[in-house]
Ligand binder design. Structure first.
Ligand code: FEO
Length: 167
């Protein structure tokens, strides 16, 4: 069994992943309001991913004989000044997630909890992807600038994103 301290920290991350899903739902709702359905789709898929992450923590805590507890969530940011603002908020959020995963990994190492280290490795790799995805889109938005045609193309591109769970 993992230590109580480790299980509590994993449970906190489970809740943070659900909170992350809400962050992305709020970004999606902003894009829907701005009539960018493709970008809205991107954030909806991102919310699906976050719930998938949360479920991984849920299963792992149960597998280690811990008790999952769901806590209340903070209200996400609902207002954005632009599409770019939404993606910059997303990148800042993912950096926060990365920091949290790194702290969990640090604790697992301190406790010589090899099973948790193995479990968290997936998240370490995933966070590299999560940050890279947001950075790439911000770079595209920088190139697009004020071009309505560029934004139209990006909206089309992000509209094709689908949720594919990678175990
Ligand atoms: Fe679950 Fe986007 O990190």
């Amino acid at each position: 069994m993992a230590s109580e301290k480790m299980l509590k920290a994993l449970n906190e991350q489970l809740n943070f992943e659900y909170e992350s899903a809400n962050y992305y739902l709020a970004m999606g709702a902003y894009c829907a309001d701005e009539d960018f359905e493709g970008i809205e789709n991107f954030f909806m898929v991102q919310a699906d991913e976050e719930r998938f992450h949360a479920k991984k923590f849920y299963d792992y805590i149960n597998d280690r004989d811990g008790r999952v507890k769901i806590s209340s969530m903070e209200e996400p940011k609902n207002e954005f000044s632009s599409i770019k603002d939404a993606f910059e908020t997303a990148l800042a959020h993912e950096k926060k997630v990365t920091e949290r995963i790194n702290n969990l990994m640090k604790l697992a190492h301190e406790e010589s909890d090899y099973a948790t280290i193995s479990f968290l490795n997936w998240f370490v790799d995933e966070q590299v992807e999560e940050e890279a995805t947001m950075k790439t889109i911000i770079a595209k938005l920088d190139r697009i600038g004020d071009s309505p045609q560029g934004l139209f193309m990006l909206n089309k591109e992000l509209g094709s994103r689908t949720f594919t769970p990678v175990e």
